[in-house]
Design a binder for this molecule. Sequence first.
Ligand code: URA
Length: 184
Amino acid sequence: MTWDELNALCRSCTRCGLSATRKNAVIGRGNMNAPVLFVGEGPGAQEDEQGLPFVGQAGKLLDTALEALDFRPDMYYIANVVKCRPPQNRNPLPDEAGACIPFLREQFRLIRPKIVVCLGSVASVNLIGPDAKITAVRGKWLERKGTYFTATYHPAALLRDESKKIFMWRDLKAVREKIDEIAE
Ligand code: URA
């Protein structure tokens, strides 16, 4: 599948109920050949409006952290587990995530990232495993078929609880170091 085909499929998708209320399918942003793929949960109101992931408050926090840690824009691509906004920003339901995840897999296949970073528990449960509690998996590494998987808190969780910021900082710093390590 090509990016054009994937974009067209996402935009016309009706595999789950979230499609009924979307303004825009939010597919991703960033370098399509990046070493790092960040995966969030699902679009919020601003993302739905603009058709781009992480452009609201949580996204600003993420962008600020990435810039401060010297992630250059070509180093990453950002996507979500579900491409359409869940009502009232609730977590995507398991059947919604299940219906949408083939699109994320296709993105993974096209990007071929060296590192996948799950942002929060929805991404961790769907990409690392059903028992992946964020407090247990954050900051740890798991290698699968040559790709390194890790997790950190969702940036929206940091907006609610500032004490988590230091942990996200540490986790993202480790990701930044891993990029250099892999490139050597
Ligand atoms: N939260 C997410 O998980 N994804 C977005 O795109 C925006 C907020």
